[in-house]
Design a protein around this ligand. Structure first.
Ligand SMILES: Cc1cc2nc3c(=O)[nH]c(=O)nc-3n(C[C@H](O)[C@H](O)[C@H](O)COP(=O)(O)O)c2cc1C
Length: 203
C-alpha cells in the first residue's frame, strides 16, 4: 500500500477513535461536555416574546424527556406533563394568571403537574416537579427555544383554572405552566453571581 494511502487511513481511524471517545466518556472526564452544560446553564433566561413559528411535537418531547431525566425523592417520578399546542387552549391558559399573558403569543406550553398518588409524601411533589421544570427550561435553551416558568401552584384560583381547562384529575396538581416559543433574540441572560450569597463551612 502506498504511504499516502496509509497516512490517510491512519487519520480516518484516529478521527473515529476520537469521536467514539468523545461520546462515551463521562462528563467528569470530558471538559468539553462540562463546558457545553455550563454554557447552556449560564445562557438560560426567561423568554416572554416569541416569533410566530410553530414548535413541533418532537421538540416538545425532547423537553419532556429532559424533564423526566430530573431527580425525584425516592425515585417516585411523581410528575405528569400536559403539552399544549392548540391556540384556543393556550389562550385559555393565559387567563390562569395575571403574569401569564405571554401564552397568547406562545407556540406551545408544557404544564408540569404533580401526581400526589405517586409522590413520596404530600409535599415533596413540588420539589420533584421543580427539578423537572428546570430541566425543561435548560433543554429549551439548549435547542434554541425560549421559555418561561409561569407560577400556578399554590394559588387555588390559578391551579383550579388550569385543572378545569385541561380536564386534570383532582389528585393531580399543576405546579406551573412553561410557556414556549422561538425567541425574538432580544433577551439576554442576567448576571446573578454574587459571592455574598456563598458561605464556606459556616454561615
Ligand atoms: C417559582 C417561579 C414562578 C415564576 N412565575 C412567573 C410568572 O408567573 N410569570 C413570569 O413572567 N415569570 C415567572 N417566573 C420567572 C421569573 O420571573 C424569572 O425567572 C426571574 O425574573 C429571573 O429571570 P431569568 O429567568 O431571566 O433569569 C417564575 C419563576 C419561578 C422560579
Amino acid at each position: 500500500m502506498k504511504t499516502v494511502l496509509k497516512v490517510k487511513l491512519l487519520v480516518i481511524m484516529l478521527f473515529f477513535t476520537a469521536l467514539i471517545y468523545q461520546n462515551s466518556t463521562p462528563y467528569a472526564q470530558n471538559p468539553q461536555k462540562i463546558d457545553d452544560a455550563l454554557t447552556v446553564i449560564y445562557r438560560r433566561k426567561s423568554v416572554r416574546k416569541y416569533l410566530d413559528k410553530p414548535v413541533s411535537r418532537e421538540q416538545l418531547t425532547v423537553l419532556m424527556k429532559a424533564g423526566m431525566a430530573a431527580p425525584t425523592a425516592a425515585d417516585k417520578r411523581s410528575w405528569a406533563f400536559v403539552a399544549v399546542t392548540e391556540r384556543a387552549v393556550l389562550d385559555s391558559l393565559a387567563e390562569s394568571s395575571p403574569s401569564g399573558k405571554m401564552l397568547r403569543q406562545a407556540a406551545a406550553a408544557i404544564v408540569v403537574c404533580g401526581d400526589t398518588r405517586r409522590a413520596l409524601n404530600s409535599n415533596v411533589w413540588t420539589q420533584d416537579c421543580s427539578a423537572a421544570s428546570q430541566n425543561i427550561l435548560l433543554a429549551a435553551e439548549a435547542i434554541g427555544l425560549g421559555a418561561v416558568w409561569i407560577g400556578i401552584y399554590p394559588e387555588y384560583f390559578k391551579y383550579n383554572h388550569v385543572r378545569r381547562t385541561l380536564g386534570i384529575p383532582m389528585e393531580v396538581i399543576p405546579l406551573n405552566i412553561i410557556s414556549i416559543g422561538w425567541p425574538t433574540g432580544a433577551k439576554k441572560p442576567k448576571q446573578k453571581f454574587d459571592p455574598d450569597n456563598i458561605h464556606w463551612n459556616e454561615w
